[in-house]
Every structure is written in structure tokens, then in C-alpha cells.
Design a protein around this ligand. Structure first.
Ligand code: ATP
Ligand code: MG
Length: 565
């Protein structure tokens, strides 16, 4: 990522908009739209576009529409429409009463097509799809005019009306714009405007047998809605001449300006809807909201907040050049947000029993624990402490390597918010596995310090065994095991790069008692383990937690190395 992306407040789109406002273009109005096709769930790339379109409109006291680009009946579905609406709202944006569907314009689009035919700018063509491709030519060779190009206006009108009436089978005819088969831009070589397709549409049912193409529908929809700045991704740059041709040749109410920006690419994941759909349909993941996916539904279930995603969209900025954004930046944005908000909690993911032999049987004390050191207003809570506790298996080594600063035979550590304990004895099972530690505590060390001021090297989290709640914890890792399959030497199917260790499920984790009542959507920082949220699979008394992100932030290091490049 270059420095231009991080210039706060300024990007090339804002520069264009501000120049337009100064020049009094569109009466100084700013009106954008977010135009998803309802053929899948939204992903983090769409979030960038949503934040950009809704964000710019808000910034310039303008408006932003939500419009479904539903011209492809076979692949679209109301399930997707509903999920997209929910996701845009969740991100924090409001289209108010401006929810539109391209399918609402089918009649208008048809009339405009008749207009093009009447003015000699469109014709009905009976070349097969293969022939259309052959006649189109290549980047280096001009195309050849279709034999149908000189059909009379009257005959074109008649055929087009009969296409609509269902007199011809699918694929028998198409309606094409009459532009220039010698244009250096292939998109201008008489592109197809309409095709015959006997397919039920999720909104118009069986009313239509012909469907307009996206490139024809989009500029007209923009114009009908009074859009001023039509923002889209770079792959549409070569389509802009046709966008303008459509608007220049029709009596539409206004002529929006198409502006292209680079799409968001994230490493270690997949972002095309086709690939996401394949992962869902073939059950490589648990559904569109699988926390490993970069879908907004998946990120939400993973514990991402709308604030973190909006911050990320702002930080990646907009540019005219494709780039690969590091997943570490997205994670960094989540940590920054959760660090302020997340209550701290004690959770032992891989428990090891500790018996404190000099602690009275049956005694329970309550120790004070702060809820969030970043937020004094968050207050404190009481944690029960007793003779038997759980600590993390990783916090003990029988033969500690150098630099291992936690518990080992004969060593002393601090239990967070509670006492110092020393390990006296290691209990093993028949296989030689450590199953229990027998320790003694220093009653003088309550709260974590001692009178003689002696130091310990480590502090461990813990949970009182008698009070602990059993929980399931799901740990996630990258979806792909390589940063970018496109740059791998061997060209393999993307599924070959799926990380087999992307999900680890831990049962029998021990969490502090208050978490039994945690509800889906709540998030916590488990001391030393990361940020976690409550999964909807939780049942009363048996919470399920997703790790949203670990505590270690690698973004600063990555950013520094990128700047040095
Ligand atoms: P895909 O290629 O994954 O199928 P799409 O571009 O076809 O996505 P649409 O539903 O047409 O998906 O996208 C709606 C809007 O979101 C479009 O304006 C599109 O340009 C934008 N968009 C899609 N993907 C990205 C991305 N990765 N980064 C930024 N904007 C995106
Ligand atoms: Mg698209």
C-alpha cells in the first residue's frame, strides 16, 4: 500500500466531488448508490464500497441509494436480498426510503430499447453466441458487421416485440447496440442489450422472457435515480465508453459520472462470490456465516464490530491501483476497537488441575478483578478462589526450557488477582501424563504482592474448579495457507490451498462463572488468549466462544517493512 492511501481526508474521488460542487455541477448535489447483485452474501470488499458510497454521501450532505442489480434471474434469490439489507444496516448505514431494484425498471428499460431501435441505434441479431464472438474480432483485429446490422427499423421493432411476447426460443435472437465493429474498445463492438431467457425472476416471476444486460441496465438505473457519481471497481473502466454511449443516446433525466476505484484484495482469503458460494455449497465451511469467511455475516459471527470494519475501510482508502491488503490490518482494527470495549475475563482453554494443599477445604474467598484496565468506569468484579483451581497446561513445564517463566517443580508464580503459589509435586497418570499439580500458596500474597517484596517471573490466569463453567471454544486460523494463490508457481484450484487447520474446536474449557450467562453478540478479552465473542450455538449454562482475534498485533511491524520497501 502506498502513502497516497493513508492521506487522511483526501482521495481522488473526494477531489473530483469537490471540484464538481465548486463548479455547480448537478446543482451541487451528491447522490451515490451501492448496487449489489443479489447472488451471494456481502463480503469485506463490498464493505469498502458501502462505506465509500454511504460515507461520501453523508460527508457532502448527499444521499445514497441501495439498489439491487437483479438482471440475472438464474443466480439470484430473496435470501441474498434479505441478507444484504441486514448487512448494510448492521454496518451502520441507512438508505431510508431509497431501496430500488433494477427489475423495477424492466418496463422503462424496454421502452428505452424501443427508442434506440427507432433511432437506428439498435438491431435484432440472429447470430449464435459463438458467431457473435467470432464476428467481434480481437484486440488486434477489427470485428465484422453482423449480417443483421442493416435490418429495417420496422423489422427490428417487430422482432423485438415478438422476442418479448415469447415467440422465439431462448438464444434465437438478441438485441444489440449499433455502435462500431472497428472500435479499439471491444465493449463498443455492438454489445448485446437483451437476451431471451425463460427463467423465473425472484421479483417479476414469469412476466419477462427477455432480460436486459447489466451494462445496459446500470447507466439507465443510475440516471433514473438521479445519481451524480457512480462509483465502481476498476474492471469497469473499459465499460465506461458504453455507459456514456447509452446515456448520450437516450432521453434520460441526467448523465451520472462513472468513477472507477481499485477493488479491495485481502491476503489468505477468497473474495469472489463464485468461490465463496462453492465453499458454502460443497460444505467446505459451515455456511455463509462461517467465522472463517470474509463475508460480513462470517465476520460478525467471528466477533467483528461495525466500527472495526468502518475503520478498516477508512484506513485502506481508495486508489486507482490494485493492491493486496494484509489481513493483519483488519485484525489490528478489531483489536483497537475491542481493547476499549471488551470486558476482561478468565478462561482456561486447556485446563490442568492445581490443588493448593495448604488452602482450607471448603473455603471460598472472593478476590477483586478489574473489568477493563483501559476503562476505569468499567469497574471491578468478584472472582471466587478456592482450594482447587484450573490453570493452562501451557503454563506448566516439568522440565522448563530457558526463557520459560511460568510454573515448574519448585517454582513460584503469581495467580492473577489472587495469590502466589509454589509447585511442590507433580501427579501423573498411568501413561506418564501430568494430570494434577500439588501446590502451596502464600496467604500473605493476596492481591499479588508479598511483604518481603520477593518477585516471581510469571503471572497466570486461573479459574476456581468448583465454580468454573464448561465451555466450548473455537479457534480460527487463516482460510488459505498461502497469501495469494494467483502468485503461486503451480496453478491449482483455490480449494487446494484451504488451510486444513483453519478451525480448532476445544471442548471442556473452563471459564469464570459469570460467563455462563453471556449472550450471543457479547465479547470479552480472555486474559492472554485474545478477544472472544459468544457464538449463537451457545445454550443456557453451556456457552460457546469464538476467538475473534489473538492479542499479538503484527500490523505495526508489517506496516514498517512495507514503508521501507
Ligand atoms: P464478485 O466479483 O465477488 O462476484 P461483484 O463485483 O460481482 O463481486 P456486486 O454485487 O456486483 O459483486 O458488487 C456490488 C458493488 O460492490 C459493486 O459496485 C462492486 O464494484 C463492489 N465491490 C465488489 N467487490 C469489491 C471489492 N473487492 N472491493 C471493493 N468493491 C467491491
Ligand atoms: Mg458485479
Amino acid at each position: 500500500m502506498g502513502a497516497e492511501d493513508f492521506t487522511p481526508g483526501l482521495n481522488f474521488i473526494r477531489t473530483i466531488i469537490e471540484a464538481d460542487i465548486r463548479a455547480g455541477k448537478n446543482g451541487g448535489r451528491v447522490h451515490t448508490r451501492f448496487p449489489p447483485e443479489p447472488n451471494g452474501y456481502l463480503h469485506i470488499g463490498h464493505a469498502k464500497s458501502i462505506c465509500l458510497n454511504f460515507g461520501l454521501a453523508a460527508e457532502y450532505q448527499g444521499l445514497c441509494n441501495l439498489r439491487f442489480d437483479d438482471t440475472n434471474p438464474g443466480k439470484e434469490d430473496v435470501e441474498y436480498v434479505d441478507s444484504i439489507k441486514a448487512d448494510v444496516r448492521w454496518l451502520g448505514f441507512d438508505w431510508e426510503d431509497r431501496l430500488y431494484y433494477a427489475s423495477d425498471y424492466f418496463e422503462k428499460l424496454y421502452e428505452y430499447a424501443l427508442h434506440l431501435i427507432r433511432s437506428g441505434k439498435a438491431y435484432v441479431c440472429d447470430l449464435s453466441p459463438d458467431q457473435v464472438r467470432q464476428y467481434r474480432g480481437t484486440l488486434t483485429a477489427c470485428g465484422i458487421n453482423s449480417p443483421c446490422r442493416e435490418r429495417s427499423i420496422a423489422e427490428n421493432l417487430d422482432l423485438f416485440q415478438r422476442m418479448r411476447a415469447g415467440e422465439f426460443p431462448d438464444g434465437a435472437y438478441v438485441l444489440r447496440a449499433k455502435i462500431d465493429m472497428a472500435s479499439p474498445n471491444l465493449n463498443m463492438r455492438d454489445p448485446v442489450l437483451y437476451r431471451i431467457r425463460r427463467e423465473s425472476h425472484h421479483r417479476t416471476g414469469d412476466r419477462w422472457l427477455i432480460y436486459p444486460m447489466y451494462d445496459y441496465t446500470h447507466p439507465i438505473s443510475d440516471a433514473l435515480e438521479g445519481i451524480t457519481h457512480s462509483l465502481c471497481t476498476l474492471e469497469f473502466e473499459d465499460h465506461r465508453p458504453f455507459y456514456d454511449w447509452v446515456l448520450d443516446n437516450l432521453p434520460v433525466p441526467c448523465h451520472p459520472q462513472q468513477i472507477e476505484f481499485a477493488r479491495l484484495n485481502l491476503n489468505y482469503t477468497v473474495m469472489s462470490k463464485r468461490k465463496l458460494l462453492e465453499l458454502v455449497e460443497k460444505a467446505f465451511v459451515r455456511g455463509w456465516d462461517d467465522p472463517r469467511l470474509p463475508t460480513l455475516a462470517g465476520l460478525r459471527r467471528r466477533g467483528y464490530t461495525p466500527e472495526a470494519i468502518r475503520d478498516f475501510a477508512e484506513k485502506v482508502g481508495v486508489a486507482k491501483r490494485e493492491s493486496m491488503v494484509d489481513m493483519a490490518l483488519l485484525e489490528h482494527c478489531l483489536r483497537e476497537d475491542l481493547n476499549k470495549k471488551a470486558r476482561r475475563a478468565m478462561a482456561v482453554l486447556k485446563p490442568l488441575k492445581v490443588v493448593i494443599t495448604n488452602y482450607p477445604q471448603g473455603k471460598v474467598e472472593e478476590v477483586d478483578a478489574e473489568n477493563n484496565p483501559e476503562d476505569p468506569a468499567a469497574g471491578t468484579r468478584k472472582l471466587p478462589f478456592s482450594r482447587e483451581i484450573w490453570i493452562e497446561q501451557d503454563d506448566f513445564r516439568e522440565d522448563p526450557p530457558k526463557k520459560f517463566f511460568r510454573l515448574a517443580p519448585g517454582r513460584e508464580i503469581r495467580l492473577k488477582h489472587a495469590y502466589f503459589i509454589r509447585c511442590d509435586e507433580v501427579v501423573k497418570d498411568a501413561n506418564g501424563c501430568v494430570v494434577e499439580l500439588r501446590c502451596t500458596y502464600d496467604p500473605e500474597s493476596r492481591g499479588g504482592g508479598t511483604k518481603d517484596g520477593r518477585k516471581v517471573l510469571g503471572t497466570s490466569h486461573w479459574v476456581s474448579a468448583a465454580h468454573a463453567v464448561d465451555a466450548e471454544v473455537r479457534l480460527y486460523d487463516k482460510l488459505l495457507s498461502v497469501s495469494d494463490p494467483a502468485t503461486e508457481k503451480e496453478e491449482k484450484d483455490f480449494k487446494e490451498y484451504l488451510n486444513p487447520a483453519s478451525l480448532e474446536i476445544l471442548q471442556g474449557c473452563k471459564v469464570e462463572p459469570a460467563l455462563a450467562e453471556a449472550w450471543p453478540g457479547e465479547f470479552f478479552q480472555f486474559l492472554r488468549q485474545g478477544y472472544f465473542c459468544v457464538d449463537p450455538d451457545s445454550t443456557p449454562g453451556k456457552p460457546v466462544f469464538n476467538r475473534s482475534v489473538t492479542l499479538r498485533d503484527s500490523w505495526a511491524r508489517i506496516e514498517k517493512s512495507q514503508q521501507e520497501k
